[in-house]
Design a protein around this ligand. Structure first.
Ligand code: UDX
Length: 449
């Protein structure tokens, strides 16, 4: 099918590239001409595993193209995926101005019937407004618009794999014809008619994702409800961690045992510095705001947000307890990205820690396998090290802020010899306290006394 993707950010690029790899013809457009030029020069403006590979193969097969001429892309397609950003406003409400802009653009440019698909994360009832705007600004009598919601559940770092191996594909529609079109779009994914970069073309047998049909409002709500529940789960684990510290128990053992119960599940129970990134913090805020707008007080989510924010305070209390005085100390900061396998530092807990250290006059030596570039732009007065061992030289303390695999494998016996003091405050519970202490380190982490 001929598809259009509006918005070539992380969701748009992964969606466009994966659907092109699955055999569709995809016309991508973005208001950022530099981004389009970079893409047309063969560049990939974001760091995401496998994305470069499938973009290249889709380009070679002439199944994906990039243009600044939105009208051209819109008219060329039968279905249009809206993948623009919905950042938070001061109030926490989602800023939908980019969605509104897309609606007016599609309405003005379209000259034939279109299925308009919300892929961006939007609060419930956005589809109703989108439908109204398309009708209000529609120019051509030949252009008839149907709206659908198709939320994504892609995680940064595994987005391509998540797209090709979905747990569920949720489609919210008003007409049966929209179901058929969306089923046609996703059948190659569900039947695995694509070359999977993760499994090199031979994906392991296993359950295929469910193709779930519901209403637009429910589909929109499913996204916010899912992300907010995962955030809630993380904050719950973090409160358990605080309890474990006070009672003298081990949060890793507690959450492991909890997770063995399939009703709870072991994922997203990892205590530590809390959740960050461009999804959980803003989706929780937007969901609380949406609920309040219809008279529902989402107390438990507000609590989850507060618990999450307090992780930084908890962590800094540990740093103060360990270092006594922070001012003038050489602090090695391991990890800047909001999580491993991404270069994304948006709402990253590590950057909150960095801010606090700078305010207190520490000499910060930071390292991250991918996110130094994006952090340097925000914090020029920091010593950056590509090599974590170089950041650790002469360090008074090592602060672990992101759960990168390479930090789990660090040779602390070697690093310890170069540090001014063998001290680790671990914000991601990467190490076993016993083995690190056996190397002569002072060690603190979350929820383990
Ligand atoms: C999330 C959702 O997982 C995804 O479905 C949605 O589409 C977009 O938002 P992402 O933001 O990429 O994806 O990150 P995710 O892997 O969910 O992690 C979110 C944050 O929670 C990270 O900061 C991570 O470090 C933290 N986290 C995760 C924990 O603190 N503990 C955990 O157990 C899991």
């Amino acid at each position: 099918m001929r598809l259009c993707v509006i918005g070539c950010g992380y969701v748009g690029l992964v969606t466009g590239a994966c659907l092109a790899e699955a055999g569709h013809e995809v016309f991508c457009t973005d208001i950022d001409a530099d981004r389009i030029n970079k893409l047309n020069e063969g560049g990939v403006p974001i760091y995401e595993r496998h994305l470069g590979q499938i973009l290249q193969s889709a380009r070679k097969a002439r199944r994906i193209s990039f243009t600044s001429n939105a009208g051209e892309a819109i008219r060329a397609a039968k279905a249009i995926f809206i993948c623009v950003g919905t950042p938070p406003k001061e109030s926490g409400e989602a800023d939908l101005s980019a969605i509104d802009h897309c609606a007016r653009q599609i309405a003005v440019e379209a000259d034939s019937p279109k299925l308009v698909i919300e892929k961006s994360t939007v609060p419930a009832r956005t589809g109703l407004e989108l439908t109204r705007a398309l009708r209000a600004y529609g120019r051509s009598s030949d252009a008839h618009f149907r709206v659908a919601s198709n939320p994504e559940f892609l995680r940064e770092g595994t987005a391509v794999d998540d797209f090709f191996h979905p747990d569920r594909i949720v489609v919210g529609v008003e007409e049966q014809s929209s179901v058929e079109e969306l089923r046609e779009i996703y059948t190659p994914i569900l039947e695995r008619r694509f070359h999977c970069p993760t499994h090199n073309g031979s994906c392991p047998a296993g359950p295929r994702g469910e193709f779930l049909v519901t209403t637009i409002n429910s589909a929109e709500l499913i996204k916010h409800a899912s992300n907010s529940f995962l955030a809630l789960k993380i904050s719950y684990a973090n409160v358990i961690a605080d309890l474990c510290e006070r009672i003298g128990a081990d949060v890793e053992e507690v959450t492991h045992a909890m997770g063995l119960d399939p009703r709870i599940g072991g994922q997203f129970l990892k205590a530590g510095l809390g959740f960050g990134g461009f999804c959980f913090p803003k989706d929780v805020q937007a969901f609380v705001h949406l609920a309040a707008s219809v008279g529902v007080d989402f107390d438990i989510l507000k609590a989850a947000e507060r618990v999450n924010k307090e992780r930084i305070d908890r962590f800094m209390e540990k740093v103060h307890k360990a270092l006594w005085v922070v001012k003038g100390k050489h602090v090695a900061l391991l990890g800047l990205a909001f999580k491993a396998n991404t270069d994304d530092v948006r709402f990253a807990p590590a950057l909150e820690v960095l801010k606090r250290l700078l305010v207190e006059g520490a000499s910060v030596h930071a390292s991250d396998p991918e996110a130094i570039g994006r952090t340097k732009a925000l914090f020029p007065d920091v010593h950056y090290h590509d090599d974590p061992y170089s950041a650790l030289q002469k360090a008074d303390v090592a602060l672990v802020c992101t759960e990168w695999e390479e930090y789990k494998k660090l040779d602390w016996a070697r690093a310890g010899k170069t540090m001014a003091r063998k001290l680790i405050v671990d914000g991601r519970n990467l190490y076993s306290p016993a083995s690190i202490r056996a190397l002569g380190f002072e060690y603190d982490s979350f929820g383990r006394s």
